[in-house]
Design a protein around this ligand. Structure first.
Ligand SMILES: CC(C)(COP(=O)(O)OP(=O)(O)OC[C@H]1O[C@@H](n2cnc3c(N)ncnc32)[C@H](O)[C@@H]1OP(=O)(O)O)[C@@H](O)C(=O)NCCC(=O)NCCS
Length: 212
């Protein structure tokens, strides 16, 4: 089951989701790759990573692009030649791209116990108060995804998840939140949308300015 869905996150932003059930060969045969992408693919250590990379190319095709329209900057951040903003994430058997006319950061994370276990290392644990164990895993994973998404937008050296990125209190059922980046004497805010796709958490961040 390849394309799981396409969803409008707002008027100018679309989420594309791929559930990877194909073999490496099936995916490989279905996409055309630039030489630089072929070389990258060959250098990847795990087949899971290779399949994630190839499935993102399938998602690009669903959106009317190919690998030839995508390039990476020196930080590894992807860009599209036509100026449409893109963010990419893959996790285990699932991958996503988000396309927007706004700068966007997206993250996909598999729900797992380990994220809750390491929560004190990356987040303020008051967010987990009075939640069931299952919801603690969900919320810790959403917050991890928020930090990754904000990081993907800012892309600056020195940003620490626990020291610089914070979330205002929110409820899982809200499926939205506000994050704050306090870095280099500036405070910046981000509008967050999140959702649960099978046993994955999808998070998307948009820059919402310096004051709120
Ligand atoms: C770059 C980073 C955000 C990638 O996130 P990840 O969860 O490992 O992997 P994901 O699948 O979600 O994202 C990978 C995609 O992000 C994109 N990406 C890579 N570097 C990026 C960057 N600097 N900015 C924006 N996007 C980036 C790429 O498209 C990549 O996929 P591709 O190369 O196959 O196209 C992550 O590795 C990172 O460096 N995070 C910050 C680490 C950190 O501060 N940790 C603190 C722990 S307390």
């Amino acid at each position: 089951m390849p394309l799981l869905g396409i969803k409008a996150l707002n008027q100018n932003t679309s989420l594309y989701v791929w559930k990877i059930t194909e073999t490496f060969d099936e995916l490989f045969r279905s996409v055309a790759l630039k030489d630089v992408s072929l070389a990258r693919l060959e250098g990847m250590k795990s087949e899971a990573h290779q399949k994630g990379f190839l499935s993102v190319r399938r998602l690009l095709m669903e959106a009317g692009y190919t690998d030839f329209d995508l390039y990476y900057d020196a930080y590894g951040k992807p860009h599209l030649n036509d100026g449409t903003h893109i963010s990419v994430s893959h996790s285990h058997e699932c991958s996503v791209i988000v396309l927007s006319n706004q700068i966007v950061g997206a993250d996909l994370e598999l729900l797992k116990e380990k994220t809750l276990h390491i929560a004190p290392r990356f987040m303020e644990t008051f967010h987990l108060d009075q939640l069931s164990h299952e919801n603690q895993i969900k919320k810790a994973t959403v917050i991890w995804g928020i930090k990754e998404s904000v990081f993907k937008i800012k892309n600056e050296k020195g940003i620490s998840f626990p020291e610089h990125i914070f979330e205002k209190p929110f409820r899982l059922e809200d499926k939205k939140a506000i994050a704050e980046l306090q870095f280099n004497d500036h405070v910046e805010y981000f509008d967050i949308q999140f959702d649960f796709i099978d046993n994955y958490v999808f998070v998307c961040a948009f820059n919402s300015g310096e004051k709120k």
